[in-house]
Write a protein that binds this ligand. Structure first.
Ligand code: FAD
Length: 466
């Protein structure tokens, strides 16, 4: 056979898992090669977290501009130049970041190979580069091939039926966007277009939307979605879709009867499939779960001792920060760090809906399930000066603390700045801080973060503002 080129540590995939693992492994002295089949930065930077947040931001600006504001601002003639929006998103946001990642990889002398990698056996990979291919033999491998949208039978992607990737670059603002799958991605992209003027209909199979966030949290989101003319069908079974050049009709079953809805675009966002079925893993001894995820230990090692796996291909939520966190552990483990174990207590999750949702650590449900001796304390943004001054007085911060130790063990936030505020709570949980530790920390005034201090004082039994 062909002579294999020797490489030391190979990282397959350059998403937030792979590129972070590559840089950290290089920092720790490894000679690293990264292989990417599509775009540096993976799903997250190119067609996930980042471009979606860019569009969400545009949606907020537009919606604020065209809505009547209680503080007396009226504007007229507001127009959105969608082509410019798309160019800005691509050139000033996505390309800027992916270019930065490529630079960082080069700075750390990581060799970048553009090609499709697949395993030949436990020690070798074949990389296809166009018509060419090359065989590599590696010492260590960090597998970070991520995931792709699930296509469901009867809903073949095309001009009118799109996945999340195409939904980020629609040629126009839909008049009526139908969304199958009311999870975070469906709601985030749905709210982008709703804020830009689309009618949005969500069809969800479960009896609730936005799984992962509790009823009380999602209520403001649902109220807002409906106030803007949005429709939601839960416990609904999408049966088929037919698309013409100009529109798409979805047939679904809800409330015991068959119904149809017509729109001009249909986003199918029913989940993501791990990229483990197309990388030759059957030629290795790497074990998969029955859902096709790679089994790993707390150092990210698979059952094959020199192959590690991180990110969306592993068990747990498909989140960029989970992938990066795992990437750093895998890099350290490969570099011989005996302390490289996944010991986290809190894995925050955020939904960038019109009222942002954020959760970290324990939830009221998990407290019940685990029969923990803990209590929840809730402080409303309506009592926070900064929130009112930015016209964002809805939502709340919930803290969950251990009744004995008073340590913070969980937090949920719905409302302004939730995505940024949650990090303080994760820091507190990871370090075993009590609510009193938070109360005694001076929070600047007036800030949204003061609501965290206020919630802590409430937990201490010494509330000032409620
Ligand atoms: P990926 O980012 O999927 O990267 C894997 C890379 O591997 C890809 O570049 C792929 O081309 C490459 N690859 C695959 N197979 C091969 C092969 N055989 N050879 C070479 N290369 C290969 N998460 C958040 O935390 N916050 C968010 O706000 C958020 N928003 C999202 C919005 C959308 C619309 C979507 C779709 C996802 C969002 N996510 C978000 C999820 C997030 O994008 C993923 O969890 C994250 O990208 C996973 O990182 P990863 O490194 O595991 O894989």
């Amino acid at each position: 056979g062909a002579q294999a080129t020797d490489i030391d540590t190979v990282v397959i995939g350059s998403g937030p898992g792979g590129y972070v693992a590559a840089i950290r492994a290089a920092e720790l002295g490894q000679k690293v090669t990264i292989i990417e089949s599509t775009f540096i930065g993976g799903v997250c930077l190119n067609v996930g977290c980042i471009p979606s947040k860019a569009l969400i931001n545009v949606g907020h600006h537009y919606h604020d501009a065209v809505s009547e504001q209680p503080f007396g601002l009226k504007s007229s003639g507001t127009e959105l130049d969608w082509k410019t929006t798309q160019e800005w998103k691509q050139k000033k946001v996505v390309n800027q970041l992916t270019g930065g990642v490529e630079m960082l990889l080069k700075k750390h002398r990581v060799d970048i190979i553009h090609g499709v990698a697949s395993f030949v056996d436990n020690k070798q990979i074949n990389v296809v580069k166009g018509d060419d291919h090359e065989l590599f033999q590696f010492n260590n491998c960090i597998l970070a091939t991520g995931s792709r949208p699930i296509e469901i039978p009867g809903f073949a992607f095309g001009k009118r039926i799109v996945d999340s990737t195409a939904a980020l670059s629609l040629p126009e603002i839909p008049k009526h966007l139908i969304v199958i799958g009311g999870g975070v991605i469906g709601f985030e992209l749905g709210s982008v277009y709703q804020n830009l003027g689309s009618k949005v209909t969500v069809i969800e199979g479960l009896d609730h939307v936005l799984s992962g966030f509790d009823k009380e949290m999602i209520q403001p989101v649902l109220d807002d979605f409906k106030a803007q003319g949005g429709e939601i069908f839960t416990s609904a079974k999408a049966k088929s879709a037919s698309q013409t050049e100009k529109d798409v009709t979805v047939t679904f079953e809800a409330d015991g009867k068959e119904q149809t809805v017509d729109g001009d675009y249909l986003l199918v966002s029913v989940g993501r499939r791990p990229n483990t079925d197309n990388i030759g893993l059957n030629n290795t001894n790497v074990k998969l779960t029955d859902r096709g995820l790679v089994e790993i230990d707390d150092t990210m090692k698979t059952n094959v001792s020199h192959i590690y796996a991180i990110g969306d291909i592993t068990v747990g939520p498909a989140l960029a920060h989970k992938a990066s966190f795992q990437g750093k552990i895998a890099a350290a483990a490969i570099s011989g760090d005996q302390n490289a174990h996944d010991l986290h207590y809190s894995l925050p999750a955020v939904a960038y809906t019109n009222y942002e949702l954020a959760t970290t650590g324990e939830t009221p449900e998990s407290v019940k399930e685990k029969k923990l001796d803990a209590k929840a304390y809730k402080f409303p943004f309506a009592a926070n000066g900064r929130a009112l001054s930015i016209n964002e007085g809805k939502g709340f911060i919930r803290l969950i603390s251990d009744n004995q130790t008073k340590a913070l063990i969980g937090s949920q936030i719905v409302g302004p700045g939730a995505s940024d505020l949650i990090s303080e709570l994760s820091l507190a949980i990871e370090n075993g801080l009590t609510t009193e530790d938070i109360s005694l920390t001076i929070h600047p005034h007036p800030t949204l973060g003061e609501a965290i201090m206020d919630a802590s004082e409430l937990a201490d039994g010494l509330p000032i503002h409620i």
